[in-house]
Design a protein around this ligand. Structure first.
Ligand code: NAD
Length: 512
């Protein structure tokens, strides 16, 4: 394994072979391997193979599909350390994060849906309120081949969760992983092949944006995209052009509202983990804190003490709290955002600069005296930075929390759970959590959903599994008559009968 300077994948392409992606360890700069850039033809061929494999898979009873998915789950459990090593080396997160936020999340999701898929995908009766001579139901039919395009920050749990749900729903999957983390996707593929499932049912095509665009263009029947707002727009437009359903899971700018009655010790612990886990490269990260003036100073003090105690460094050591960032480009964005905030008057209380090289580290950073108009308060940072702003009231905090083009997650801290619920219901976000942070992606029964520019569609949850199927309505007559009332021949008698029937059924009650 050679050593490279850390540089973005586009720079690699320019310097080296554009037909190859070089995967590097962001904590050390070590070269981990190379993968090919799949061409349009190769992507099309993968989708065609997937379609052929899906025909038989889609006809299997759901229970049998679930049995095979349990085998995949078991393979992940048995080889968890191998997967964790791969995620840590390629992505830079710590081992415990790779276990808790990636492998465990995927295993739990596989278990949850494999146990329930048969029930969830059973025909769903639709009682007809009027037409009692007929019976309707929804019938769930696999869509065919699902194209998944994924980001680098959770290179295992995001695409694997979607893949497992897609397979249980009877589909084949072609995954285009991020160019920053292709080896983790190929490790998932290795595990899949090892447990005896048909190889073409789940395929990985490596490449950059053009390979992702080729996947959308390859005849897939549905696209699930996770990534930035800018790319999400292109993906949604391309899917619109082809009239294929798509879900786009995009950026976040999660606010944390800290009320005057918050439990400050729990709040500080939650905020620190919520802002710095995975070096802040989480779409649900605590990206801005609105602290009530009554508790602001004490909260800041507790947060700063805890952040000073964080141990940043080698992600493969079990004593490390904060690992490396994954991408030099993201590191540069974080640095520019912090510098911009400081130039606009924010105060650095801890961190504020890159960590020592050669790896991609940015020190866990706390910024005080932030104001809403600063970029750091309204643009996604996606790095280990916690900007804090003092507010005069909870009402002001709600207004500022809602002053965003994004709405993925939000957090509220208060000891008064009724008040927490009232505030949560007014915050414009897909998931609002009272007295906790981040965890809801790991709860497969809850929808992973956003509002505004954060999401179109959703993943996870029982409905999320059904979204991976075509919903077809079937209606069967319960007993035969020679004709329906609204069929030919038309006549004045038929008209009068229907008019009377409507008035009898729906007439508004006369007031006494
Ligand atoms: P990105 O948009 O740059 O890339 C995402 C994927 O899209 C990559 O695989 C990339 O190769 C591919 N791609 C690029 N151009 C494409 C095109 N024209 N057509 C098809 N595919 C194309 O995002 P990223 O930098 O990998 O991820 C970071 C972003 O993802 C952040 O904004 C973060 O908030 C967001 N994210 C959102 C969620 C969520 O669930 N909402 C989860 C994780 C990350």
């Amino acid at each position: 394994m050679g050593s490279l300077s850390l540089q973005s994948s586009d720079a690699q392409a320019a310097d080296f072979d554009p037909g190859v992606i070089v995967s590097q360890n962001p904590a050390t700069g070590e070269k981990l391997g190379e993968v090919p850039v799949a061409t349009e033809e190769e992507v099309r061929a993968a989708v065609a193979r997937g379609r052929a494999a899906q025909r038989e898979w889609g006809r299997l009873p759901v229970r049998e599909r679930a049995r095979r998915v349990f085998a995949f789950r078991d393979e992940i459990i048995n080889r968890a350390e191998e997967v964790i090593d791969c995620i840590v080396r390629e992505g830079g997160k710590t081992r415990l994060e790779a276990l808790n936020m990636e492998v465990l999340v995927a295993v739990d999701l596989a278990d949850y849906f494999a146990k329930r898929a048969e029930k969830l995908l059973a025909p769903h009766p639709i009682p007809l309120h009027l037409l009692k001579t007929k019976k309707s139901y929804l019938h769930y039919v696999p869509r065919g081949v699902i194209g998944i395009i994924s980001p680098w920050n959770f290179p295992f749990s995001i695409p694997l969760g979607e893949t497992i749900m897609g397979l249980l729903a009877g589909n084949a999957v072609v995954l285009k992983p991020s160019e920053m983390t292709p080896l983790t996707a190929l490790k998932a593929k290795e595990l899949f092949d090892a447990c005896g499932l048909p190889r073409d049912l789940f395929q990985v095509v490596t490449g950059r944006g053009a390979t992702g665009a080729a996947l959308i263009d390859s005849g897939v029947d549905q696209v699930i995209f996770t990534g930035s707002v800018a790319t999400g727009r292109k993906v949604a437009a391309a899917c619109g052009e082809r009239l294929i359903p798509c879900t786009v899971e995009l950026g976040g700018k999660a606010p944390a509202i800290v009320c005057a009655d918050a439990d400050l010790e729990r709040t500080a612990n939650a905020l620190v983990w919520g802002a710095f886990a995975n070096s802040g490269q989480v779409c649900a990260s605590v990206e801005r804190v609105y602290a009530h003036e009554a508790v602001h100073d004490e909260l800041v003090e507790r947060v700063v003490t805890k952040v000073r105690a964080l141990r940043q460094g080698d992600p493969s050591s079990d004593d490390t709290d904060v690992g490396a960032m994954t991408w030099d480009r993201q590191l540069a964005t974080v640095e520019a955002t912090v510098n911009g905030a400081v130039a606009a008057g924010a105060r650095v209380l801890v961190g504020g600069k890159r960590g020592p090289g050669p790896g991609l580290f940015f020190e866990p950073t706390v910024l005080a005296d932030c104001r809403q108009e600063m970029d750091v308060m309204h643009r996604e940072i996606f790095g280990p930075v916690m900007p804090i702003m003092k507010v005069r009231s909870e009402e002001e905090a709600i207004q500022l929390a809602n002053d965003s083009h994004l709405g993925l997650c939000a957090y509220v801290f208060t000891k008064d759970r009724d008040k927490g619920r009232r505030i949560a219901e007014r915050v414009e976000a897909g998931s609002v959590i009272v007295n906790d942070v981040l965890f809801s992606f790991g709860a497969p029964e809850t929808p992973w959903i956003g509002v505004k520019q954060s999401t179109v569609g959703f993943t996870h949850s029982d409905d999320g599994l059904r979204e991976l199927c075509q919903k077809r309505h079937v209606n069967v007559d319960r007993f035969a008559t020679k004709r329906e009332l609204w069929w030919y021949p038309y006549s004045p008698k038929a008209f009068n009968f229907m008019l009377k029937a409507m008035r009898f059924l729906f007439r508004a009650k006369r007031r006494a």
